[in-house]
Design a protein around this ligand. Structure first.
Ligand code: SER
Length: 583
């Protein structure tokens, strides 16, 4: 099935259920200071989800352009994208769980629509916690539709809860639909950790408003917000293993490869196509390259693509060539692009030419450097236009970590940016990689390993969140940890810190990583190449921890400080949460 067929079927289906088609809103949110970009179809609808009347009524359907930079480290695998399209249907205080779920099921399985086999479906529902009860209604509806109990899993907030990218606003439990893409017959029992179960659709039941104080108040209207990933669903429908095989990407990849003399790095080709799609749509929606906020993200994506293209000796004309291919892929879908194609090509080429003038000199300089610190990264930024992330990446290739605080300090000093502007530069989902966060990140790997030693191999990461203040780590374990177990975990971690073990990143095939018994959650289903971080004793070769992870991490554990567990508590049935610090 082609992308256009899928878009059209989705719109037609919901039109037949009395929904009104609304056009995609721009990537740049009109009146929302909490985010830089539209990250989901619900974003432009926030006022209506909060109770305002929508001019088109209470049932809406759309194909929305979205941009997310939070998963940027994962781009290049089979499923993570910065720019993507989301198919969504909405009930604004109208229908509720029964209709939403029944229609999702009908659209997916009815031969008239997608005709996917219901034997290959699995479902997750919200498990319940202190803020909201278990979503047993959705569970019962799925059962009534014929989904077997063994194919329905209950998960906590990390997995089955959705709210807007900002901190506050409409939110609620969700039920997610997975499709089996494995070659073998779909297993009877659903294991959400098995990556061959591929998430295609999310139904959010928005019944709360998260307030500034972090309270969950019931919403005036109960709303339904669903999001189906266009690219991912095409993978499922066509039996592909990667979004790059779909008609949205294939012409772009073929074109770039044809420009390389067939000597290329496929991973980099994929990243170029992803980033250039984002660049194309950003410029089309009025973003101009600059040193802050949206313009900075645009610049960063474009520069990374340009660097990769140069590394593969692709002739400079590729920019215009690729933008023209993008035009062909999308001009019937978003007709406004037709008017803008020349402008997009001009803006992108001008920005690229400016960058290329200094890029080569900068890369030569970079090769000569032994140690790169935040200040040098800033100089590279000033002199050669290297975005911070590019220096960080190039430094990472040399096995070094740059201190972002130092870079930021220099940046602020020299640019005299206002507080908001400079904060904005590092907003928008670009991960926080300050020194403290990096140290806590490595400490979290050690804690994960220690938990498995002390409690057993049933310990499995269910989510983690690290801020400069603390690490928060959710994991599977059936009961409260005893004081003795907590002390043992602290002792083990501190022992490893004292031994000043080495930390090293390795890029491996998934199979090699499995052989090393790598643990943790890696980006997404079915990456070909994965990044793992190993903590080991260089003298004895003893491996303490090996985890799927994109980093960054410290180079040796001696710099971490003293590790301490602040709190251990329940988050959901069978899931515990630890908050810990290094001091
Ligand atoms: N807002 C939800 C999501 O992005 C469903 O549309 O997954």
């Amino acid at each position: 099935m082609t992308s256009q067929e899928l878009r059209q079927k989705f719109l037609n289906f919901f039109e037949s259920k009395d929904h009104k088609i609304i056009p995609s809103a721009p990537l740049v949110p009109a009146n929302d200071p909490t985010v830089l970009f539209t990250t989901a179809g619900m974003h432009p609808l926030v006022p209506y989800l909060l109770g305002e009347l929508h001019p088109q009524g209470k049932r809406l359907v759309s194909v929305q352009k979205c941009l997310r930079t939070g998963d940027i480290e994962e781009v290049g695998d089979n499923t993570h994208l910065t720019f993507f399209e989301m198919l969504g249907n909405w009930s604004l205080g109208d229908y509720w769980k029964n209709e939403a779920i029944t229609w999702s099921y009908e659209f997916l399985t009815d031969k008239k629509w997608l005709g996917l086999s219901s034997d290959k479906l699995a479902i997750t529902c919200f498990a319940g916690d202190a803020d909201a009860p278990q979503d047993s209604d959705s569970f019962k509806i799925w059962q009534k539709l014929g989904i077997k109990t063994e194919r329905i899993a209950f998960l906590g907030k990390e997995d089955n809860w959705w709210g807007p990218a900002g901190q506050t606003g409409p939110c609620g439990p969700d039920t997610e639909i997975f499709y089996w893409i494995g070659e073998e017959t779909a297993p009877k029992v659903f294991d959400p950790k098995d990556r061959r179960w591929f998430e295609i659709w999310n139904n959010v039941f928005m019944e709360y408003n998260k307030t500034n104080e972090g309270k969950y108040e019931p919403l005036k209207n109960k709303n339904v917000d669903t999001g189906m990933g266009l690219e991912r669903t095409l993978v499922a429908l066509n039996g592909f293993s990667s979004v790059y095989e779909t008609d949205l990407f294939k012409p772009l990849l073929d074109y770039l490869i044809s420009q390389t003399n067939f000597k290329y790095d496929l991973y980099k080709i994929k990243i170029i196509t992803d980033h250039m799609r984002a660049v194309y749509f950003m410029v089309a929606d009025g973003v101009q390259p600059s040193n802050k906020d949206r313009g900075y993200i645009l610049r960063r994506l474009l520069r990374r693509a340009v660097v990769y293209a140069r590394q593969m000796d692709i002739p400079a004309s590729w920019i215009t060539g690729l933008l023209q291919k993008l035009q062909i892929v999308f001009n019937n879908v978003y007709p406004e692009l037709n008017l803008q194609s020349e402008l997009i090509i001009k803006v992108v080429n001008e920005e690229t030419q400016k960058f290329i003038l200094t890029l080569d000199r900068g890369l030569k300089e970079f090769a000569k450097l032994n140690k790169i610190d935040g200040q040098i990264a800033f100089n590279l930024y000033q002199t050669y236009g290297f975005p911070w992330e590019l220096s960080r990446e190039l430094a990472k290739d040399k096995g070094q970590i740059i201190n972002k605080d130092e870079f930021e300090k220099e940046f602020k000093k020299h640019q005299e940016l206002s507080r908001t502007a400079s904060a904005g530069v590092f907003k928008g989902g670009l991960a926080d990689h300050t020194d403290r966060v990096v140290r806590l990140h490595t400490a979290t790997h050690l804690m994960n390993a220690a938990l498995r030693q002390v409690l057993g191999d049933h310990v499995w990461q269910k989510g983690s969140n690290i801020t400069a203040e603390r690490t928060r780590f959710d994991f599977t374990h059936p009961e409260k940890m005893t004081e003795e177990q907590k002390s043992k975990v602290e002792e083990l971690v501190n022992k490893w810190i004292d031994r000043d073990l080495q930390v090293k990143r390795e890029v491996l095939s998934l199979e090699e990583a499995r052989k090393l018994k790598a643990i943790g959650v890696f980006g997404e289903k079915y990456a070909d190449i994965v990044s793992v971080y190993k903590v080991f004793d260089p003298e004895t070769g003893e491996v303490i921890s090996c985890e799927f992870c994109g980093g960054p991490h410290v180079e040796h554990t001696g710099v971490l400080g003293h590790f301490k567990i602040l709190k251990e508590e329940a988050v959901a049935a069978g899931i515990r949460r630890i908050k810990a610090v290094v001091e």
